[in-house]
Design a protein around this ligand. Structure first.
Ligand SMILES: [Cu+2]
Length: 267
């Protein structure tokens, strides 16, 4: 198999041991050029890794990329062939959310709000009875979602620093409109938990999911420094269930266990 997958942090494709992806036992180059900045090329082993099958000889691969088979997201369909949840059509979900991304030179914002880590964790805020987007902190970064409804989120491409790999916790979502494509697929869209928002200002990547998993779920750019300077919001799903939940006894040991860990230093 020779192919190209757009290389973004968090943008992954799992290759499982099915006949569709059978590869002979051998060594294979896994190579990726960084973009838009960084040193490109593969000389001397940069931007390169080796996929080595069990029982393959320990030597460098001899595979060559023909750069002719780019992986196109819209060509992917879910294994179970499932449709996107809800009524087909743009804006026809139970809750439809448009996000705007921007960068003010210091911070990224989502709908004019930059994420900063709150003093009190979001889960504890909700469990303590803070249940509205207006009251949850940090201000402006919350979308309170009702249970058992279909949510549609549309995200623009071509904003500063684009393309951004947007990652949602707590769900896989149907990508009903992909980057670089103006059509919508509600019939059998690929399901992912990270999606490329696209480089072009005409992009409007659109996702859908059903709120069947109560909790505060982070939706954030998976480029770490973008997240670090604000690129995140929280989908606060079914806050009443979260507030009324009773944590197991293990819960009370989490923080003491974490706090007892030695401080990590990275060099
Ligand atoms: Cu980003």
């Amino acid at each position: 198999m020779t192919g190209i997958i757009s290389c973004m942090l968090g943008n992954y494709l799992s290759i499982t041991g099915t006949p569709r992806y059978f590869l002979p036992v051998d060594n294979y180059w896994i190579r990726a050029n960084p973009g838009p900045t960084g040193t490109t090329g593969f000389d001397g082993g940069i931007n390169s890794a080796i996929l080595r099958y069990v029982n393959a000889t320990a030597e460098d691969p001899t595979t060559n990329s023909t750069a002719s088979n780019p992986l196109v997201e819209t060509n992917l369909v879910p294994l179970d062939g499932a449709a996107a949840p809800g009524t087909p059509g743009v804006g026809l979900a139970d809750v439809n959310i448009d996000l705007e991304f921007s960068f003010n030179g210091t911070m990224f914002t989502v709908n004019d709000a930059a994420w900063t880590t709150p003093t009190v964790p979001v889960l504890l805020q909700i469990m303590s009875g803070t249940l509205t987007a207006q009251d949850l902190l940090p201000s402006g970064s919350f979308y309170v979602l009702p249970p058992n409804k279909v949510i549609e989120i549309s995200m623009p491409g071509g904003s500063a620093g684009a393309p951004h790999p947007l990652h949602l916790h707590g769900h896989t979502f149907s990508v009903v409109r992909s980057a670089g494509n103006s059509s919508y697929n509600y019939v059998n869209p690929i399901r992912r938990d990270v999606v490329n928002t696209g480089s072009d200002t005409t992009d409007s990547v659109t996702i859908r999911f059903t709120t069947d998993n109560a909790g505060p779920w982070f939706l954030h750019c998976h480029i770490d420094w973008h997240l670090d300077v604000g690129f995140a919001v929280v989908m606060a799903e079914d806050v009443d269930t979260v507030e009324g939940s009773t944590p197991s006894s293990d819960w009370s040991t989490l923080c003491p266990t974490f706090d007892a860990l030695p401080v990590q230093t990275f060099t």
